[in-house]
Design a binder for this molecule. Structure first.
Ligand code: GLA
Length: 376
């Protein structure tokens, strides 16, 4: 199994877009080690679109002038740090950025990637010729990757258009995007995370994960998909939800220059443990109250030791809304005493029965681990 728990890493798109180059990728790999990201479990360093030259050479994809050392040497560099290396292509004739892509070249491109030592392929959906049905193109690349004999994690990016959760696992995918692109704004996190992931939990599990797109934590309104940025409270809610969703954790900020709050969020080992829990269950929404048009949802994720991770979210514009989780809503006997631990404050909040209530700030979260006494 290549992805028994959700893949963790970094992708160049959110911050660098078309401005990605070899030096940035190397420095990112260095930062993985120096900043403790590797130790926390982040593993894949992935180059998104715009690494490709505008023409193939002898039928093969080649990198453009921003990667003078070639992709194989870059993959070697990343491997030398004990990390894994990922790249991007597209099921159509061109990538979304207009570079050559893999339509009709699936086998040759898969072999090229394997020859370079690629460990991860993100496969996009732009420029699929009209009249061509997309899912078979994803099957074809999945089959081509398998035929190389190299274990390559397959990340399907068709934006949820053809319900990939229904077919992508059998096309060989380890993860698949469920929506269009995220951007660095609270509105985007709210829509993509809190609205669009509802109802998908039963499709995810070890080796096959729903992907609500890369993290914008720590972008602070700077970079390719910046759109005003989020507050640190909002980034915490975003990260908490992605952990509860058993989402791949692909960092999108510039890890060479992380802010302190970003570091604290991305390196919260207790939150990461929820995401990486070996049971591999995706969290689901267990309740939601509306306050006008803004909710206070509760999301829960069962964990292997019998405890339940719970996010009490206050998505309203008012501070200190009361948000509660009833034991019954998370399948625990109301009389059962449970310890409650706050995974952001890193402290025990006592033993409780029946329910637990928190008062998160506006757009904030209380991320908890609720453990029935005697379990674990
Ligand atoms: C699409 C994808 C993004 C990114 C860009 C690259 O929009 O959904 O994640 O890969 O293409 O051009």
């Amino acid at each position: 199994m290549l992805a028994p728990t959700p893949p963790m890493g970094w992708n160049s798109w959110n911050t660098f877009g078309g401005k990605i180059n070899e030096q940035v990728v190397k420095e990112t790999a260095d930062a993985f080690v120096e900043q403790g990201l590797k130790e926390a479990g982040y593993e894949y360093v992935v180059i998104d679109d715009h690494w490709e030259a505008n023409e193939r050479v002898d039928g093969r994809l080649v990198p453009n002038e921003k990667f003078p050392g070639g992709i194989k040497a870059l993959a070697d560099y990343v491997h030398g740090k004990g990390l894994k290396f990922g790249i991007y292509s597209c099921a159509g004739t061109h990538t979304c950025g207009g570079r050559p892509a893999s339509y009709g070249y699936e086998e040759i491109d898969a072999q090229t990637f394997a020859d370079w030592g690629v460990d991860f392929l993100k496969y996009d959906r732009c420029y699929v010729p009209s009249g061509v049905v997309a899912p078979p193109l994803y099957w074809r690349m999945g089959q081509a990757l398998r035929a190389t004999g190299r274990p390559i994690l397959y990340s399907v990016c068709e934006w949820g258009k053809d319900k990939p959760w229904e077919w992508a696992p059998r096309a060989g995918a380890h993860m698949w995007r469920t929506t269009g692109d995220i951007n660095d704004s609270w509105e985007s996190v709210f829509k993509i995370g809190f609205e669009r992931q509802v109802g998908l939990h039963s499709y995810a599990g070890p080796d096959h994960w729903n992907d609500p797109d890369m993290l914008v934590v720590g972008m602070h309104g700077k970079g390719n998909v910046a759109k005003g940025g989020c507050t640190d409270v909002e980034y915490r809610s975003h990260f908490s939800l992605w952990c509860l969703l058993a989402s791949p954790l692909m960092i999108g900020c510039d890890v060479r220059a992380m802010s302190e709050p970003a570091r604290e969020i991305l390196l919260n080992t207790e939150a990461i443990a929820v995401n990486q829990d070996p049971l591999g269950r995706q969290g689901y929404r267990v309740g939601e109250f509306m306050h006008g048009s803004r909710p206070t949802p509760v999301w829960a994720k069962p964990l292997e030791d019998g405890s339940v991770a719970v996010g009490l979210f206050n998505l309203t514009d008012l501070d200190k809304r009361r948000v509660s989780v009833a034991w019954e809503a998370i399948s625990i006997d109301p009389k059962r005493p449970c310890t409650v631990r706050d995974l952001w404050a890193h402290e025990e909040l006592g033993v409780h029965t029946v329910e637990f209530t928190a008062q998160p700030p506006s757009h904030g979260v209380a991320l908890l681990r609720i453990t029935p006494q005697g379990a674990g």
